[in-house]
Design a protein around this ligand. Structure first.
Ligand code: INI
Length: 178
């Protein structure tokens, strides 16, 4: 049997997409900065003109999963990071937005097999959101760590020689002796 564990050593060769909600930009831009800082300090070229990170800005958290899915379907990325901020005090449809973005992100991950990181801050107040985006700590850093770890973990599982998909491929490629 095997132990699968992500590492942070191959960040320079991985590709990421980051989907960011403009709604509550005061919060999401700070989460994005910490996320970029973490990726950069692990060796990722975060320049949008470079070959490692693409950025997609969407109106709000409700749109995040749809765009993450489109990006995942391109097959270009090792992981996708979703960043949004939903604040209860600002809207009666807080629960709908939270529910859609969480279901959508989980579905995208399951359907595509690409890790999609849930970087959505959900709070009762703007003060609480800002505390999670830099005043106390910044959750954006952890979103990047999760992406790096998952981007390294999934290929290990897919490449495991005892993976039934690999065994089937080898079997079908091996000429029969009979
Ligand atoms: N989007 C957010 O990301 N956070 C919120 O707090 C929020 N509020 O409060 O309404 C929000 N609404 C916009 C929503 O995500 C969609 O962009 C909009 O409804 C258009 O589809």
């Amino acid at each position: 049997m095997a132990v699968f564990e992500g590492s942070f050593a191959r960040a320079h060769s991985q590709r990421f997409a980051i989907v960011i909600g403009r709604f509550n930009d005061l919060v999401t831009s700070k989460l994005l900065s910490a996320c970029q800082d973490c990726l950069k300090r692990h060796g990722v070229n975060i320049d949008p003109d470079g070959s490692q990170v693409d950025y997609a800005w969407v109106p709000g958290s409700f749109e995040i999963a749809m765009v993450a899915r489109q990006l995942a379907l391109t097959g270009r990325y090792d992981a996708i990071i979703c960043i949004g901020a939903v604040i209860r005090g600002q809207t009666p449809h807080f629960d709908y937005v939270c529910s859609e973005v969480s279901k959508g992100i989980a579905a995208t991950s399951f359907q595509t097999g690409i890790p999609v990181i849930f970087g959505i801050v959900t709070t009762d107040t703007m003060q609480q959101a800002l505390e999670r985006a830099g005043i106390k700590n910044n959750l954006g850093w952890g979103y990047a760590m999760s992406a790096l770890e998952m981007a390294s973990l999934i290929p290990q599982i897919k490449a495991d020689p005892s993976n039934p998909a690999i065994l089937a491929a080898v079997e079908s490629a091996t000429p029969s002796l009979s």
